[in-house]
Ligand binder design. Structure first.
Ligand code: SF4
Length: 311
Protein backbone atom coordinates (compact mmCIF):
# COMPACT_ATOMS: atom_id res chain seq x y z
CA UNK A 1 0.00 0.00 0.00
CA UNK A 2 1.39 3.37 -0.91
CA UNK A 3 2.03 5.92 1.82
CA UNK A 4 -0.24 9.01 1.78
CA UNK A 5 1.85 12.16 1.97
CA UNK A 6 0.55 15.12 3.91
CA UNK A 7 0.34 18.30 1.77
CA UNK A 8 3.45 20.40 2.27
CA UNK A 9 3.09 23.98 3.45
CA UNK A 10 4.54 26.41 0.86
CA UNK A 11 8.11 27.37 1.74
CA UNK A 12 8.31 30.81 3.34
CA UNK A 13 10.44 33.07 1.12
CA UNK A 14 13.65 34.15 2.78
CA UNK A 15 14.36 37.80 3.55
CA UNK A 16 16.93 37.78 0.70
CA UNK A 17 14.35 36.45 -1.77
CA UNK A 18 11.88 39.14 -0.79
CA UNK A 19 14.54 41.85 -1.05
CA UNK A 20 15.60 40.58 -4.50
CA UNK A 21 11.98 40.54 -5.67
CA UNK A 22 11.43 44.06 -4.40
CA UNK A 23 14.63 45.26 -6.08
CA UNK A 24 13.64 43.67 -9.42
CA UNK A 25 10.22 45.33 -9.16
CA UNK A 26 11.80 48.74 -8.45
CA UNK A 27 14.23 48.40 -11.35
CA UNK A 28 11.43 47.42 -13.68
CA UNK A 29 9.48 50.52 -12.64
CA UNK A 30 12.58 52.69 -13.04
CA UNK A 31 13.25 51.30 -16.51
CA UNK A 32 9.70 51.95 -17.63
CA UNK A 33 9.75 55.47 -16.21
CA UNK A 34 13.07 56.38 -17.88
CA UNK A 35 12.04 55.05 -21.28
CA UNK A 36 8.63 56.69 -21.03
CA UNK A 37 10.07 60.08 -20.06
CA UNK A 38 12.72 60.06 -22.78
CA UNK A 39 10.15 58.96 -25.36
CA UNK A 40 7.80 61.71 -24.18
CA UNK A 41 10.46 64.43 -24.40
CA UNK A 42 11.42 63.26 -27.90
CA UNK A 43 7.77 63.43 -28.97
CA UNK A 44 6.90 66.69 -27.20
CA UNK A 45 9.76 68.59 -28.80
CA UNK A 46 9.98 66.61 -32.04
CA UNK A 47 13.61 65.88 -31.21
CA UNK A 48 14.18 62.95 -33.56
CA UNK A 49 12.67 62.57 -37.03
CA UNK A 50 12.62 59.90 -39.70
CA UNK A 51 16.09 59.46 -41.21
CA UNK A 52 17.95 61.42 -38.53
CA UNK A 53 21.51 60.52 -37.69
CA UNK A 54 21.91 61.36 -34.02
CA UNK A 55 25.35 62.04 -32.60
CA UNK A 56 25.17 60.92 -28.96
CA UNK A 57 27.81 62.83 -27.01
CA UNK A 58 29.38 60.44 -24.53
CA UNK A 59 31.60 61.78 -21.77
CA UNK A 60 31.86 58.59 -19.73
CA UNK A 61 29.62 59.95 -16.96
CA UNK A 62 26.36 58.41 -15.71
CA UNK A 63 24.12 60.80 -17.67
CA UNK A 64 25.57 60.24 -21.14
CA UNK A 65 25.87 56.47 -20.66
CA UNK A 66 22.20 56.36 -19.62
CA UNK A 67 21.19 58.53 -22.58
CA UNK A 68 22.91 56.23 -25.06
CA UNK A 69 21.51 53.13 -23.38
CA UNK A 70 17.91 54.41 -23.43
CA UNK A 71 18.14 55.78 -26.98
CA UNK A 72 19.44 52.41 -28.20
CA UNK A 73 16.46 50.67 -26.60
CA UNK A 74 13.99 53.20 -28.00
CA UNK A 75 15.57 52.89 -31.45
CA UNK A 76 14.52 49.21 -31.48
CA UNK A 77 10.89 50.01 -30.75
CA UNK A 78 10.44 53.36 -32.50
CA UNK A 79 7.98 53.60 -35.38
CA UNK A 80 10.55 55.69 -37.28
CA UNK A 81 14.04 54.81 -38.50
CA UNK A 82 17.00 56.80 -37.21
CA UNK A 83 20.71 56.15 -36.70
CA UNK A 84 22.79 56.60 -33.58
CA UNK A 85 26.52 57.22 -33.39
CA UNK A 86 28.27 57.63 -30.05
CA UNK A 87 31.00 60.27 -30.03
CA UNK A 88 33.54 60.86 -27.31
CA UNK A 89 35.99 63.71 -27.24
CA UNK A 90 39.26 62.55 -25.71
CA UNK A 91 40.61 65.86 -24.40
CA UNK A 92 43.92 64.29 -23.40
CA UNK A 93 43.45 64.84 -19.72
CA UNK A 94 46.13 63.11 -17.68
CA UNK A 95 45.01 59.63 -16.65
CA UNK A 96 42.10 59.42 -19.12
CA UNK A 97 41.49 55.68 -19.53
CA UNK A 98 41.47 55.50 -23.36
CA UNK A 99 40.24 51.92 -23.65
CA UNK A 100 37.19 52.12 -21.42
CA UNK A 101 34.74 53.73 -23.85
CA UNK A 102 35.81 51.87 -27.03
CA UNK A 103 35.58 48.55 -25.16
CA UNK A 104 32.14 49.34 -23.82
CA UNK A 105 30.85 50.61 -27.17
CA UNK A 106 32.14 47.53 -29.00
CA UNK A 107 30.30 45.25 -26.59
CA UNK A 108 27.11 47.27 -27.13
CA UNK A 109 27.50 47.05 -30.90
CA UNK A 110 26.83 50.75 -31.50
CA UNK A 111 28.76 52.73 -34.14
CA UNK A 112 31.15 55.16 -32.46
CA UNK A 113 33.86 57.72 -33.06
CA UNK A 114 36.53 58.89 -30.65
CA UNK A 115 37.82 62.36 -31.47
CA UNK A 116 41.24 63.08 -30.02
CA UNK A 117 41.98 66.76 -29.37
CA UNK A 118 44.38 68.01 -26.73
CA UNK A 119 42.22 70.80 -25.35
CA UNK A 120 43.67 70.08 -21.91
CA UNK A 121 47.07 71.58 -22.85
CA UNK A 122 45.43 74.57 -24.54
CA UNK A 123 43.33 75.34 -21.47
CA UNK A 124 46.26 74.92 -19.09
CA UNK A 125 48.41 77.21 -21.25
CA UNK A 126 45.82 79.96 -21.71
CA UNK A 127 43.98 80.11 -18.35
CA UNK A 128 46.02 81.62 -15.51
CA UNK A 129 46.79 79.33 -12.58
CA UNK A 130 44.01 79.29 -10.00
CA UNK A 131 41.29 80.50 -12.42
CA UNK A 132 38.45 78.20 -13.41
CA UNK A 133 39.11 76.41 -16.69
CA UNK A 134 35.61 75.16 -17.41
CA UNK A 135 34.45 78.12 -19.49
CA UNK A 136 37.18 77.87 -22.12
CA UNK A 137 37.21 74.07 -21.98
CA UNK A 138 33.45 73.89 -22.68
CA UNK A 139 33.69 76.38 -25.55
CA UNK A 140 36.51 74.41 -27.18
CA UNK A 141 34.65 71.14 -26.69
CA UNK A 142 31.46 72.56 -28.17
CA UNK A 143 33.24 73.83 -31.27
CA UNK A 144 34.94 70.48 -31.83
CA UNK A 145 31.73 68.51 -31.38
CA UNK A 146 29.90 70.75 -33.86
CA UNK A 147 32.65 70.22 -36.41
CA UNK A 148 32.66 66.45 -35.87
CA UNK A 149 28.86 66.34 -36.25
CA UNK A 150 29.23 67.92 -39.68
CA UNK A 151 32.04 65.57 -40.69
CA UNK A 152 30.03 62.51 -39.62
CA UNK A 153 26.91 63.73 -41.44
CA UNK A 154 24.88 63.92 -38.23
CA UNK A 155 21.59 65.80 -38.25
CA UNK A 156 21.14 66.03 -34.48
CA UNK A 157 23.51 66.33 -31.52
CA UNK A 158 22.20 64.73 -28.31
CA UNK A 159 23.48 66.02 -24.96
CA UNK A 160 22.91 64.30 -21.62
CA UNK A 161 21.54 67.18 -19.53
CA UNK A 162 18.62 66.21 -17.30
CA UNK A 163 15.76 67.89 -15.41
CA UNK A 164 17.95 68.89 -12.46
CA UNK A 165 20.56 70.48 -14.76
CA UNK A 166 17.78 72.49 -16.39
CA UNK A 167 16.36 73.76 -13.09
CA UNK A 168 19.84 74.51 -11.74
CA UNK A 169 20.62 76.53 -14.86
CA UNK A 170 17.43 78.54 -14.45
CA UNK A 171 18.45 79.61 -10.94
CA UNK A 172 22.06 80.27 -11.95
CA UNK A 173 20.84 82.62 -14.66
CA UNK A 174 18.44 84.32 -12.25
CA UNK A 175 20.92 84.69 -9.40
CA UNK A 176 24.02 85.61 -11.37
CA UNK A 177 22.74 86.79 -14.75
CA UNK A 178 19.44 88.55 -13.90
CA UNK A 179 17.69 86.55 -16.61
CA UNK A 180 14.93 83.97 -16.58
CA UNK A 181 16.73 81.60 -18.89
CA UNK A 182 16.98 77.85 -18.57
CA UNK A 183 18.43 75.19 -20.80
CA UNK A 184 16.27 74.35 -23.84
CA UNK A 185 15.31 70.79 -24.77
CA UNK A 186 16.06 71.61 -28.41
CA UNK A 187 17.95 74.47 -30.00
CA UNK A 188 19.90 75.53 -33.03
CA UNK A 189 23.64 75.71 -32.32
CA UNK A 190 25.52 79.04 -32.26
CA UNK A 191 26.93 78.43 -35.74
CA UNK A 192 23.42 77.74 -37.07
CA UNK A 193 24.53 74.42 -38.55
CA UNK A 194 23.36 71.93 -35.93
CA UNK A 195 20.24 71.05 -33.99
CA UNK A 196 21.08 70.16 -30.40
CA UNK A 197 18.65 68.00 -28.41
CA UNK A 198 18.41 67.00 -24.74
CA UNK A 199 16.46 63.73 -24.61
CA UNK A 200 16.90 63.45 -20.80
CA UNK A 201 15.10 66.76 -20.23
CA UNK A 202 12.27 65.10 -18.23
CA UNK A 203 14.51 62.72 -16.28
CA UNK A 204 15.40 63.23 -12.60
CA UNK A 205 19.05 62.96 -11.69
CA UNK A 206 18.53 60.42 -8.86
CA UNK A 207 16.91 58.08 -11.41
CA UNK A 208 20.03 58.31 -13.58
CA UNK A 209 22.24 57.53 -10.60
CA UNK A 210 20.24 54.38 -9.92
CA UNK A 211 20.13 53.37 -13.58
CA UNK A 212 23.90 53.75 -13.93
CA UNK A 213 24.42 51.56 -10.84
CA UNK A 214 22.00 48.95 -12.11
CA UNK A 215 23.55 48.85 -15.59
CA UNK A 216 27.10 48.94 -14.15
CA UNK A 217 28.35 51.47 -16.68
CA UNK A 218 32.14 51.81 -16.61
CA UNK A 219 32.07 55.39 -15.33
CA UNK A 220 35.07 57.60 -16.05
CA UNK A 221 35.64 60.17 -13.26
CA UNK A 222 35.03 63.75 -14.36
CA UNK A 223 37.77 65.41 -12.30
CA UNK A 224 40.74 64.24 -14.33
CA UNK A 225 41.50 67.78 -15.44
CA UNK A 226 41.96 68.80 -11.79
CA UNK A 227 39.50 71.68 -12.15
CA UNK A 228 37.02 72.38 -9.38
CA UNK A 229 33.39 72.13 -10.40
CA UNK A 230 31.86 75.57 -10.85
CA UNK A 231 31.23 76.72 -7.26
CA UNK A 232 28.08 78.67 -8.08
CA UNK A 233 26.56 75.61 -9.77
CA UNK A 234 27.48 73.44 -6.79
CA UNK A 235 25.79 75.90 -4.41
CA UNK A 236 22.62 76.24 -6.47
CA UNK A 237 22.37 72.48 -6.85
CA UNK A 238 22.75 72.04 -3.09
CA UNK A 239 20.02 74.66 -2.58
CA UNK A 240 17.45 72.94 -4.80
CA UNK A 241 18.29 69.51 -3.39
CA UNK A 242 17.76 70.86 0.13
CA UNK A 243 14.37 72.27 -0.94
CA UNK A 244 13.45 68.92 -2.44
CA UNK A 245 14.31 67.16 0.81
CA UNK A 246 12.16 69.52 2.86
CA UNK A 247 9.36 69.92 0.33
CA UNK A 248 9.25 66.81 -1.91
CA UNK A 249 8.05 67.63 -5.41
CA UNK A 250 9.41 71.17 -5.45
CA UNK A 251 11.91 70.54 -8.28
CA UNK A 252 9.13 69.05 -10.38
CA UNK A 253 6.92 72.06 -9.68
CA UNK A 254 9.65 74.47 -10.74
CA UNK A 255 10.34 72.40 -13.82
CA UNK A 256 6.66 72.32 -14.76
CA UNK A 257 6.49 76.08 -14.24
CA UNK A 258 9.13 76.42 -16.96
CA UNK A 259 6.65 74.82 -19.37
CA UNK A 260 3.84 77.08 -18.24
CA UNK A 261 4.88 80.71 -18.56
CA UNK A 262 2.33 83.55 -18.50
CA UNK A 263 4.00 86.51 -20.23
CA UNK A 264 1.16 88.89 -19.32
CA UNK A 265 1.97 88.30 -15.64
CA UNK A 266 5.70 88.79 -15.95
CA UNK A 267 7.42 92.08 -16.72
CA UNK A 268 9.20 91.50 -20.02
CA UNK A 269 8.08 94.15 -22.50
CA UNK A 270 9.57 92.11 -25.32
CA UNK A 271 7.14 89.28 -24.59
CA UNK A 272 3.99 91.24 -23.85
CA UNK A 273 2.80 94.60 -25.24
CA UNK A 274 1.98 96.24 -21.90
CA UNK A 275 2.23 99.73 -23.36
CA UNK A 276 -0.58 99.14 -25.85
CA UNK A 277 -3.13 97.24 -23.77
CA UNK A 278 -6.56 98.85 -23.51
CA UNK A 279 -9.81 97.94 -21.82
CA UNK A 280 -11.90 96.00 -24.34
CA UNK A 281 -15.21 95.88 -22.49
CA UNK A 282 -15.19 92.12 -23.07
CA UNK A 283 -14.72 89.61 -20.25
CA UNK A 284 -11.96 87.07 -20.90
CA UNK A 285 -11.68 83.75 -19.12
CA UNK A 286 -7.95 84.12 -18.57
CA UNK A 287 -8.12 87.80 -17.76
CA UNK A 288 -6.80 89.46 -14.65
CA UNK A 289 -6.84 87.31 -11.56
CA UNK A 290 -4.42 89.52 -9.68
CA UNK A 291 -6.94 90.14 -6.89
CA UNK A 292 -8.21 86.59 -6.65
CA UNK A 293 -7.07 84.20 -3.99
CA UNK A 294 -4.48 81.80 -5.23
CA UNK A 295 -6.15 78.47 -4.48
CA UNK A 296 -2.98 76.71 -3.51
CA UNK A 297 -2.07 79.50 -1.09
CA UNK A 298 -5.56 80.16 0.24
CA UNK A 299 -6.51 76.62 1.20
CA UNK A 300 -6.00 76.42 4.95
CA UNK A 301 -4.44 73.26 6.27
CA UNK A 302 -6.52 71.10 8.62
CA UNK A 303 -6.68 72.68 12.03
CA UNK A 304 -5.16 75.97 10.90
CA UNK A 305 -6.98 79.11 11.94
CA UNK A 306 -8.69 80.92 9.10
CA UNK A 307 -8.12 84.63 8.78
CA UNK A 308 -10.75 86.49 6.80
CA UNK A 309 -9.30 89.24 4.66
CA UNK A 310 -11.41 92.34 4.21
CA UNK A 311 -11.35 93.73 0.72
S1 SF4 B 1 35.77 70.05 -15.24
FE1 SF4 B 1 37.62 69.95 -16.54
S2 SF4 B 1 36.97 68.80 -18.34
FE2 SF4 B 1 35.12 69.48 -17.30
S3 SF4 B 1 34.62 71.43 -18.28
FE3 SF4 B 1 35.85 71.91 -16.48
S4 SF4 B 1 37.93 72.05 -17.27
FE4 SF4 B 1 36.74 70.94 -18.80
Amino acid sequence: MSEVLAPQAPATPSAEDLAAKKHAHEINKLSKRLHRQVGQAITDFNMIEEGDKVMVCLSGGKDSYSMLDILMNLQQRAPIKFELIAVNLDQKQPGFPEDVLPNYLKTRGVPFHIEEQDTYSVVKRVVPEGKTTCGLCSRLRRGILYRVAGELGCTKIALGHHRDDIVTTLFLNMFFGSRMKGMPPKLVSDDGKNVVIRPLAYVKEPDLVRWAEHREFPIIPCNLCGSQENLQRVQVKAMINEWEKRYPGRIDNIFTAMTNIVPSHMMDKKLFPFETIQATGQATADGDIAFDDDESCATPSAGASVITLQR
